[in-house]
Structure formats: C-alpha cells, structure tokens
Design a protein around this ligand. Structure first.
Ligand code: NAG
Ligand code: NAG
Ligand code: NAG
Ligand code: NAG
Length: 433
C-alpha cells in the first residue's frame, strides 16, 4: 500500500543518530508511537475495506469506491459499494465508437496489427467491453491523462506482453498529442516523450527481471560441473538485468511483469540448457527448479525496487497474461481460432490447475506473484481473470509466424482495457495522496 510506504520513508527520515540527547530520544519515541498509531489506522482501514469488498479473491489488490475515479457519472457512483474490477464479464456492444487508435499507429508491432493483416474478427475485438459486476470501468480520457500527469515518467518493465501494453498506451496518447520525441531513456528498449506535456513513457525489455546469460562448464571443474552440468543459463537472482537497473532513479510510475519465460522449456530446456541459479555470485546448492528460482528472483527484485525507487514513486506489478493454445503447445500445432470470448465454464476447463492443460502456467505464475506481492509496496494490477475470457483477441494465424500466436494480443485490443484499469488505479492513488 502506498500509504504504508510513505510511512516507512517518513520514519526513516526521523530516526535520530544513536548519540542522540534525551530530548531527541523522547521525540523519537513520540514519533515512533505516532507512526505505530497511524500504521494501525492504515491496517484497520484496509481490513475494513477488504471485509466490505465483494471480491472472491483475497490477494492484496486494493479496492476502492468508484465515485473517486469514474470519468463518467455512472449510476453506481452514487452507491458507496467498493469495486473489484476483476469480477465481471465482457459485453458485446456493436454500437461502440471506433477504437481509440487504429492500425495506422506505427508503433504497433507488425505481428500484432490484426487489422492490417486482415484477421477476420479484428474490428470486432474492441466491441467487447469489460463490465465489472459492481461498478464501471470507463475508457480513460487520454487528454485528461496527459494534463494530469504532466512532467511524469512512466516505465513498463518486463517481457513482450508489457511491450504490448506499452504500445497500446502510446497509440492512445499519440492520437491526441502528436508532438513526440523518440528516445531511449535509462536503458530502455524504446521510449517517447509527449513534448507538449513533458510526459515520457518507456519500455524496458527484460524477460526474467534478473540478469542471466549462457553458462558452460569450466574445464577446471566446480560445484555445478561436479554434478554433471555442461550447458545452461546462469541466472543471478539478486542482480537486476541491465536494461532496467538504472530505471529506478528515472521513472515516477512503474509497471512490472514477469512470467512467460519461467515456463519456456524451448529456451530453458530442463536437460539441455537448464536455468542455473546463483545468489551472491555462487551457485545455489542444491540446484533448484525454475519455480523456486522465480520465488528467489521476485523476492530480490521487489526488494531492490523498493530500496532504489524515489520515495514518491508508485509501483505496479501486473499479473500474468493468459495464453490460449488449444490442441497443443505453440510449437505442436496449438491454435486459437475462436471469434468470441469464452464462457466461464470454458475458462475453467482451459485454465484450472486441476486440469493441468497447455496454458496452466497463468494461474501458477500468479500464485508465485501473490506470495511475494502480498507483503510488498506494489499495487497489483490484476488483468488475469478478464483476459482469460479473450481467446478471440490474439493474432492467431494473422501473426505472420510459422505457428499461431495465441500469446500476444491484437492492437487495438484488450491491453487497451489493461490501461484503463492501470489509470483508474493510478488516479485513485493520486486522489488519496
Ligand atoms: C489485407 O487485405 C487487403 C485488401 O484486401 C490487401 O491489400 C492486403 O494485402 C491484405 N494484407 C495481408 C497481410 O494479407
Ligand atoms: C520535465 O519533467 C521532468 C520530470 O520528469 C523535470 O525534471 C523536467 O524539469 C521537466 N522539463 C521541463 C522542461 O519542464
Ligand atoms: C502436467 O502436465 C505435464 C505435461 O503435459 C506433465 O509433464 C506434468 O507432470 C503434469 N503435472 C501434474 C502436476 O500433473
Ligand atoms: C495474500 O494475502 C491474503 C490476505 O491479505 C491471504 O488471504 C492470501 O492467502 C495471500 N496469498 C498468498 C498467495 O500468500
């Protein structure tokens, strides 16, 4: 929770040196009590709000009263119920005005440009609107967003699914403010400043968050060599990848993700090229599987971020984006040919952990994320449930690859809704502070 973080910094600043006089010691005691009392207040507020929430989920995705953020004056806003955005359904609305941007936005990666590549339902994808059960999730207003977040830097840090979300935000903003400088701040893969508003958004590419690279056995031997390892990838669980290590001092708002690459045996083959985890520069012994390595990386990286961020920075972690391969894995002829969202029951069949299907990693990754994020200063951007329905919204055969792309999303498409969610949360956080 942001409030808790601010407190943390506040109390650190007020900690006197150990050689303090008795009067400053008294004031330290007083301040500590004050902090304790307000922490207690924050906690009890949080407890009340989670009790009141209608959410079936228990993770720390905070909920709030939509009156504070709604950009439209909807009916629910007179109601003081709290909203869980992940609980809802997709509604087809053929009257929906055209998408917030179109296929001419140059930043759209070719394989995601479903309109340009003639995917049969490409224009239909944005006619589905996410309707949370107890409130509305309005489309954010790009002009108001630019005005409100003048002089702000926003960093997306993660894999290509975070780039997909970044491109959606870029294209939406570009439509209303065309004067853009292209550059690569703080190690970014790509970035843009909307000059009229001095607002920068950047994408920092990193698949595992942690640094990794090829490893091969040393002829002089070593502990991994003695266990028979010959080739693999060395993953340093406590070292951030260089593409974003410096981003902490640059951005004001962060959206992190990781997940897909932890379940990618075609790259990290458990036998031929396993992940080999290192901590403090030494191999983790005994060697651990990727799911344990993921926990270690998440623990170290979230703590790195919280240590290095600016005191006023706002942190988001996005939950795992679902894939929709049916009939096999991506490299075994799996495809996604649906033209409409799934029904609830179909979602369960495809994703339930019990069925252990092709796309099982989505909910597994989330379990790992929540374990760490629950106890952190990150806001959880839970896009998983809403996205699980959208088997129709991937590029599929229009992705221009040898296999179907049932992992990335068509643009315009559902990552536009992810940004609505992101900005609704952000406005709420800003509204409170
Ligand atoms: C999509 O359709 C248009 C018009 O029929 C055609 O000119 C274009 O080449 C097609 N694009 C692809 C990638 O097939
Ligand atoms: C643009 O915003 C940054 C903060 O992100 C600030 O440091 C800088 O001074 C701003 N530039 C101008 C020209 O206002
Ligand atoms: C899930 O399925 C995969 C292969 O499809 C298999 O290797 C694995 O052992 C299964 N896991 C469980 C828990 O059943
Ligand atoms: C996250 O925290 C909630 C309570 O705030 C708890 O009910 C839930 O089990 C936790 N999840 C994990 C994965 O630790």
């Amino acid at each position: 929770m942001a409030a808790r973080d601010h407190h943390h910094y506040h109390s650190k600043k007020n900690t006197p040196p150990s050689s303090s006089s008795s009067s400053s010691y008294t004031s330290f005691l007083f301040l500590s009590l004050l902090c304790l009392a307000s922490l207690f207040l924050v906690f009890s507020l949080f407890k009340t709000s989670s009790k009141a929430s209608l959410s079936p989920q228990h993770h720390r995705n905070f909920e709030f009263n939509p009156t504070e953020t709604s950009e439209t004056n909807n009916q629910v806003s007179s109601d003081r119920r709290l909203c869980d955005y992940s609980d809802g359904k997709w509604i087809y609305d053929p009257t929906v005005r055209s998408a917030r941007y179109d296929h001419s936005c140059k930043e759209i990666f070719k394989g995601w440009n479903c309109i340009a590549s003639n995917k049969s339902n490409a224009l239909d994808i944005v006619k589905w609107r996410w309707k949370p059960n107890h409130c509305d999730l309005p489309q954010f207003d790009p002009l108001r967003f630019l005005q409100r977040y003048r002089d702000t830097n926003i960093g997306f840090i993660g894999d290509s699914l975070n780039r997909n979300m970044f491109v959606s935000l870029f294209c939406t903003l570009k439509r209303v403010s065309g004067e853009v400088k292209k550059w690569r701040p703080a190690g970014a893969d790509r970035g843009f400043t909307f000059l009229q508003y001095n607002l920068t958004i950047a994408y920092h590419r990193t698949t595992l968050l942690a640094r990794y690279g090829r490893w091969s056995a040393n002829t002089n031997g070593g502990v991994l060599e003695s266990l028979g390892y010959k080739e693999g990838y060395r993953v340093d669980v406590d070292i951030p990848e260089g593409t974003w290590a410096e981003a902490m001092s640059f951005h004001d708002i962060f959206i992190f993700n990781t997940g897909h690459w932890w379940w990618a045996p075609s790259k990290f083959d458990p036998v031929k090229s396993p992940m080999l985890f290192f901590e403090n520069g030494l191999p983790v012994m005994p060697p651990v599987p990727p799911n344990v390595g993921l926990d270690m990386v998440l623990k170290h990286m979230t703590s790195y971020v919280e240590r290095r961020m600016r005191p006023t920075a706002i942190l988001f972690f996005r939950t795992q984006s679902p894939r929709h391969f049916e009939g096999g894995e991506w490299d075994q002829g799996g495809s996604c040919q649906r033209l409409q969202p799934l029904l609830s029951q179909e979602v369960e069949e495809l994703f339930s952990l019990r069925n252990n299907g092709t796309n099982v990693e989505v909910r597994l990754v989330n379990q790992h994320l929540f374990k760490v994020l629950n106890r952190s200063g990150f806001n959880v951007l839970d896009i998983t449930r809403m996205s699980e329905f959208r088997a129709d919204a991937h590029p599929s055969t229009a992705g221009g690859k040898k296999h179907d792309d049932c992992m990335h999303w068509c643009l315009p498409g559902i990552t536009d809704t992810w940004n609505d969610l992101f900005i609704a949360y952000l406005n709420n956080i800003k509204g409170r502070s």
